[in-house]
Design a protein around this ligand. Structure first.
Ligand code: CTP
Length: 474
């Protein structure tokens, strides 16, 4: 019987054999024996398992390993939240991702490699010095043979090692050797999360380009402990992973400057009282986030709201209509200005320097004056008028007639009209039904959009702006 010398085989075949062997946790010789045995048993068609032509390394491996599924290397750190990582494996797989798990030594105190490999349907890796996987530099393969690395839970210790570039176990060696995006889901006690060392390490990792999700606020595993430190839920992490794997979206507003006003204004009556309205700011904030996602350089000028600043947006917080106008003027020139704020129409002229007191003399007389109309002021600028000026019309009756009148009166190019009567739930709610009115010469074109979430309205509006903004620049 002839003998076969693997060393003499074509380089491409040897590479393929090494990878297959490592994947299956066998020596190369054993892998060849298995292939030959399978071939002899006609499980494989002839010699197809040993390709004769050199193969392009990565794409063909992808197909062989997991079809066209994007691959995730999931590093499970040693914390009590590790039990949730088992659910995360399922959630990632549900989203069509191929998952290969790595457990740190501490993680094995909480979950077993057997559980991780049973759920992932793959071998689970634990040891940097495992001869079965390291003969072909297994940590390099685990680091690169995937499209994304997820670390969940990311413990304070693991993040400290990452920030410092340690590589003294399989997890840290993978994290140091990878050139793939990394998603961290931190989980730890709130005191550890707030510790200055952890804050430094997380800030460093974010500067290095690592993406983080969470931690969330809530109850801790420890009795009577609560705060920020709970690992994000597996569904949230899986969605974030999917998001990172999506091809980059087109950014049609790249290079454009967009200004947005949002929220109510507060007009003081005295040092403790003010006139306001029910605007939540949600629609304006959603537009700011959508414009930022579309690549615009966004400045958001917001009245008092209970919302987090959208990431990547320059936010100026103001109180009154006059403050808002000042900040709007300071932000010019811009390519597009969107006035979504519910600006108070009036302010008190005789604002109390001290808190107004109840007196026997009767009720205080508040004298009102009209606030500057920010939209109309900007739309009528001779110089520095933004090429596209968009207003909103918040109406409780005669929606279309009032919106058309506003389009003409304010001198803007488009009006987004919405019915804000209490029955619609628009003010403060998450949904909106809008009509887009645009000037077409002397005509007004009206488009009525279906009921949508405020986020969807924002995306649709930004798409319309992008289509128009191609021809506009500040
Ligand atoms: N607006 C503004 N400055 C004001 C009042 C309104 O910039 N002082 C803007 C709003 O941001 C919105 C548009 O003008 O884009 C219409 O606001 P709306 O409250 O619907 O109308 P008003 O102009 O206030 O008129 P009315 O209250 O009579 O409906």
């Amino acid at each position: 019987m002839a003998s076969l010398t693997i060393r003499k085989l074509d380089e491409a075949i040897k590479t393929e054999l090494r990878l297959r062997a490592a994947r299956n946790g066998r020596s190369v010789e054993d892998e060849v024996r298995v292939i030959l045995r399978d071939a002899a048993q006609h499980k494989l068609a002839g010699t197809a398992a040993l390709p004769s032509a050199p193969q392009p390394a990565l794409p063909r491996q992808r197909g062989t390993m997991a079809g066209e599924q994007p691959r995730v290397t999931l590093i499970i750190g040693g914390g009590i939240a590790a039990y949730k990582a088992l659910d995360l494996i399922r959630r990632l797989k549900e989203r069509g991702l191929h998952v290969r798990c790595v457990l740190t030594r501490a993680a094995q105190q909480f979950v077993t490699p057997l559980a991780a490999s049973a759920l992932s349907n793959e071998r689970c890796y634990t040891d940097l010095f495992d001869p079965a996987s390291e003969f072909d530099a297994g940590h390099i393969r685990l680091a690169r043979d995937c499209e994304l690395i997820v670390v969940a839970p990311a413990t304070a210790d693991l993040m400290a090692k990452m920030a410092q570039g340690h590589a003294d176990d399989l997890a840290t060696a993978i994290l140091l050797a990878t050139n793939r995006p990394i998603l961290l889901a931190p989980a730890m006690n709130p005191l550890m999360w707030n510790n200055a060392a952890t804050r430094r390490n997380v800030a460093q990792l974010i500067r290095d380009g690592v993406v983080t999700i969470g931690p969330n606020a809530g109850e801790m595993a420890e009795a009577n402990e609560a705060g920020v430190g709970r690992m994000s839920e597996p569904i949230e992490i899986a969605d974030a992973a999917l998001q990172m794997l999506r091809p980059p979206q087109p950014r049609p507003l790249t290079g454009k400057r967009v200004l947005i006003t949002a929220g109510p204004t507060h007009e003081p009556i005295d040092p403790v009282r003010y006139i306001a309205n029910r605007s939540s700011g949600k629609q304006g904030f959603a537009i700011a986030a959508a414009a930022q996602a579309a690549g615009a350089d966004v400045t958001l000028i917001s009245g008092p709201v209970d919302l987090d600043d959208p990431a990547g947006v320059t936010v100026k917080h103001v109180e009154s209509a006059r403050d808002m106008l000042q900040q709007v003027e300071a932000a010019l020139p811009v390519d597009v200005a969107i006035f979504a704020a519910a600006v108070a129409d009036w302010r008190v002229v005789n604002e109390g320097v001290q808190k107004l007191k109840k007196t026997a003399g009767g009720l205080p007389q508040l004298e009102l004056t009209e606030n500057p109309d920010i939209l109309a002021t900007i739309a009528r600028l001779r110089e520095r008028r933004p090429p596209l000026v968009i207003g909103f019309a918040a109406e409780t009756e005669h929606l279309m007639d009032n919106a058309k009148a506003k389009l003409a009166r304010k001198g803007c190019d488009w009006i987004v009209a919405n019915d804000v009567s209490p029955a619609t739930g628009v003010m403060g709610g998450d949904r909106n039904t809008v009509h887009l009115l645009s000037k077409q010469g002397d005509e007004v074109r009206i488009e009525s959009w279906p009921v949508m979430s405020k986020d969807e309205v924002a995306v649709a509006l930004v798409e319309r702006i992008a289509a128009t903004a191609k021809d506009t620049s500040a």
